[in-house]
Design a protein around this ligand. Structure first.
Ligand SMILES: [Zn+2]
Ligand SMILES: [Zn+2]
Length: 863
């Protein structure tokens, strides 16, 4: 196909982007399992199908797409899969809202069906956004975690880790969200500063301060610091708990802070993590005062059935009437809350399923992965170092992967399915064989389900082809891209699971992206009203402008503040590039161009600069420094190509002959390479232009490998563009039109310079080059005084000073002495008091002189 030449004046991003999105075919992005090319597998994050692909997701996907497209051009067989992490509470809550029900109003199966239906609809919405942003996703490798084809693998991984001793069931204190009515893992607890009341009361004669008076029923001990003399009389004693009457020991423990409250604390099961430590250390009894729904239990006596807040009020009121209340004050406290609903978590002792956290295994594998940026590894290491409890993986919810376990009714034996029976929902089917221990045939299914992270932490195993055994064929993946907010969950759990299931690290590298902040610098949130949707930006400025904003907003890993001006600047670059392309294309025609055709010094200079740009952009892409890559491309296109080079050679392009051929070849080679380098960032724009240039898709081209070194051309070209641009500025400053005739120029340089007539054409002047010192006759014509300096320094003697300066010899005007004689007195000359103004002549003829760096240009204006 011959390149078209009917290039519209304006770049219509909406029309162009829609047209290419209709033209491109999904197959072009499919991973080819039989390809001999080196593979590049990306462990794309599976987003939660909320129906809204938010700007933070979009930023991350831009990074992934830049890499995927770049690696394809570098000759890799790339897999850019798309997953959907479906299970979890937000969908359950949404379904309850939509249908006006609670999960208990319908059967578990019906509730799951409703969740699946909503999820499918939301995935559809998000797919549309992904396509609109021009991401080169491999849709043949899409996965949906709620489907049996995926959650069966989650169950297989459960069986395997159970048999290998990683998974166990136990009663243990766990973090529990009483609103979500489920256990959660420590990684899902977020800490917030909250105001609370510190209540001081008399505890069997001892003043104790607590923020949880409602836990009095669960009190199992009182603790004081061993060296706190206020309490030495209590050593070895027991106390009686007010209202509830249980006898509790007084413990001496150095962890107690004598300066907090009254210095004596009550230990309850459980007020916080410290209580759990003491409970284990001193082998204290367990008293459960709060149930899974946040209501007081039977041991709370008259408070039974009250919710936590009610019980607190009632107990404090009873303390007041019993005369043991000593005071209440407001304090701020760090409270652990549920990451999804922000309800303060309770620590409840529950029968749950756990995965053993083997710190050394995780840290060893994490060290074998390349972290970009490097300091993100420290975040993981810090988190792992403080993981004290094993990972609680059971949840008391419905829309999730079922735990594949039954219990024998007769003997209590735990019965697991064989890998062939999976996927399975134990609440719907029964084991195929009788109980292996007692032969019983009646079973109770495990109703708990798995933590959603159990699904998503095997995404890398899934995309690399895991079949439930050993290391998958494409394992490890080459790249995991993800946000820094889920290092302690998704990254940490993936490493843990990969080591447990394959013995190795999950990926070669992990690329951590920052968050997108609102225009006000705060995290985007509904309550702040600072949310920007990617669709909004795409409608106004196009997908390519959004992608450019993503690339240039900040260094990879840093948070980015959204700013409309940056998007506008991005679309301006597209307009500039479009104008460049529109100018160049008709000049270069359809000719095949080779480097040998480029002969003129300025053209060789352009190729040398292009070569440097290719090297810089390639290095930046290899380092995932997308902001650097795009900056180098922008500077090259805008400054070097458009403002410097094209302005310099325009005249030659309109002429005939060898010089024209040389410039056209240089432009053709340059545009080809430039568009290929822009293709990962601006896939639609680059495609449109490349079709104009070559009549084929830029996305099937190789990444440019262009090496061209010409030191002499580089040096001369740099000088030439400086001189021409200096003189153009001078023309402008002297009120001349840029194309007005300038007369005769003589340029005095240190080295000989040959420009093939470019400067003369660009400046509309006759130009002579002289590699010699100018024989200028210099005359000091006048002195310019700076009254701002002279006035304050000399006051009444200013005139006298100026007269004295005018009498100085010309060389002293240029390099002033330190002092000057005023009426026989030596007076210092303040710096900046005056500067000389010179006129010049050559051979007695007056000329104007322009200096550009150390180059002197004499101008004899046209006569
Ligand atoms: Zn919650
Ligand atoms: Zn049995």
């Amino acid at each position: 196909m011959a390149p078209a030449r009917d290039i519209p004046k304006h770049y219509d991003f909406a029309e162009v982007e829609a047209r290419w999105q209709r033209t491109w075919r999904d197959e072009e992005h499919h991973f080819d399992r039989r390809s001999p090319k080196p593979r590049y597998v990306i462990d794309t994050p599976p987003p939660y199908p909320t129906g809204n692909f938010h700007i933070g997701n979009a930023l991350n996907w831009c990074y992934i797409d830049f890499i995927a497209r770049y690696k394809r051009m570098q000759g890799y067989n790339v897999m850019f899969p798309q997953g959907w992490d479906c299970h979890g509470l937000p969908t359950e809550v949404k379904v309850e809202e939509i249908h006006g029900i609670t999960k208990n109003d319908v059967s578990r199966e019906e509730f799951r069906r409703m969740c699946r239906e909503l999820t499918e609809k939301n995935i559809g919405l998000m797919r549309t956004t992904l396509r609109r942003l021009g991401f080169s996703i491999d849709w043949s490798n899409e996965y949906i975690t709620m489907l049996p084809s995926y959650f069966g693998k989650t169950q297989k991984s459960f069986l395997r880790m159970f048999h290998d001793g990683y998974i166990y069931q136990a009663e243990h204190p766990v973090n529990f969200c009483i609103r979500c009515e489920t256990a959660i893992a420590f990684a899902e607890v977020t800490y917030q500063e909250r105001e609370t009341t510190l209540t001081t009361f008399l505890f069997d004669g001892v003043e104790i301060a607590t923020t949880r008076p409602e836990l009095l029923a669960a009190c199992v001990a009182v603790a004081v610091h061993p060296e706190d003399e206020r309490f030495s009389r209590l050593h070895g004693k027991e106390l009686t708990v007010p209202f509830f009457g249980q006898r509790v020991p007084v413990l001496q423990d150095p962890v107690v802070d004598p300066t907090f409250g009254t210095g004596a604390v009550m230990i309850c099961t459980f007020g916080d993590k410290q209580d759990v430590h003491w409970w284990k250390e001193y082998n204290l009894p367990l008293r459960k005062a709060i149930d899974r729904r946040g209501r007081m239990t039977a041991i709370a006596g008259k408070y039974e059935g009250m919710v936590i807040g009610e019980a607190r009020k009632a107990i404090v009121a009873d303390m007041a009437s019993a005369g043991i209340l000593r005071g209440e004050k407001r304090i701020t406290q760090r409270v652990g809350t549920c990451w999804r609903c922000k309800t303060p978590i309770e620590i409840l002792s529950e029968r749950q399923w756990f995965i053993k956290v083997k710190h050394d295994e995780i840290l060893k594998a994490a060290r074998e992965v390349t972290w970009i940026p490097e300091h993100m590894r420290t975040r993981l290491e810090n988190w792992v170092a403080q993981m004290e409890w094993d990972w609680c993986i059971s949840r008391q919810r419905i829309f999730a992967t079922p735990i594949p376990v039954w219990f024998c009714d007769a003997c209590g034996e735990m019965v697991l399915p064989t890998p062939e029976e999976i996927p399975v929902d134990p609440t719907l089917t029964r084991p195929k064989a009788p109980c292996p221990k007692c032969g019983g045939t009646r079973f109770t299914p495990e109703e708990d389900v798995l933590d959603t992270w159990m699904d998503s932490s095997i995404s890398v195993l899934h995309v690399t082809g895991w079949d439930g055994k050993g290391a998958p064929p494409l394992f490890p993946a080459q790249l995991r891209p993800q946000g820094h907010d889920i290092i302690r969950t998704w990254a940490c759990y993936t490493i843990l699971r990969s080591v447990a299931l394959t013995g190795g690290k999950p990926w070669d590298s992990i690329l951590v992206n920052g968050m997108v902040l609102g225009e006000d610098g705060f995290k985007m949130s509904k309550s702040r009203g600072n949310i920007i949707q990617p669709e909004e930006i795409v409608v106004k400025h196009g997908a390519d402008a959004f992608r450019q904003w993503s690339a240039s907003g900040a260094a990879t890993g840093s948070d980015i503040m959204f700013n409309w001006n940056d998007v506008v600047a991005a679309s301006r670059l597209q307009t500039k590039l479009w104008n460049i392309v529109r100018f160049i294309l008709p000049k270069i025609g359809d000719r095949a161009c080779t480097v040998e055709m480029v002969t003129a010094p300025a053209d060789r200079w352009l190729l040398d600069r292009l070569s440097g740009t290719v090297a810089a952009v390639t290095a930046a892409m290899d380092a995932y420094a997308f902001d650097q890559a795009l900056k180098a491309l922008r500077e090259f296109a805008w400054d070097i190509l458009a403002d410097e080079y094209i302005e310099l050679v325009k005249g030659r392009l309109y002429s005939e002959g060898e010089g024209r051929e040389s410039a056209a070849a240089a432009l053709s080679i340059t545009l080809d390479a430039l568009l290929r380098m822009l293709a990962p960032f601006l896939p639609h724009f680059a495609e449109e232009c490349y079709h104009q240039l070559k009549g084929r898709s830029v996305h099937r081209e190789a990444w440019p490998r262009f090496e061209y070194r010409d030191a002499a051309a580089r040096e001369q070209g740099d000088l030439l563009v400086r001189i021409v641009s200096g003189l153009r500025t001078w023309k402008h400053d002297h009120g001349m039109a840029l194309n007005a005739p300038l007369g005769r120029l003589t340029v005095y340089t240190k080295v000989p310079l040959e420009d093939g007539g470019d400067a003369a054409r660009a400046l509309n002047a006759t130009v002579s080059w002289r590699a010699e010192e100018p024989r200028l006759e210099k005359r000091a014509a006048d002195v310019k005084f700076n009254m701002g300096v002279i006035g304050p320094a000399f006051k009444g003697r200013a005139r006298e000073f100026m007269d004295a300066v005018r009498k100085l010899p010309p060389e002293s005007l240029e390099n002033p002495p330190a002092t000057i004689l005023l009426g026989g007195e030596e007076v210092p000359i303040p710096p900046g008091a005056f500067s000389p103004a010179f006129t010049y002549a050559i051979g007695g003829k007056d000329v104007e002189v322009v200096t550009v760096g150390d180059v002197i240009v004499s101008v004899e204006r046209g006569s």
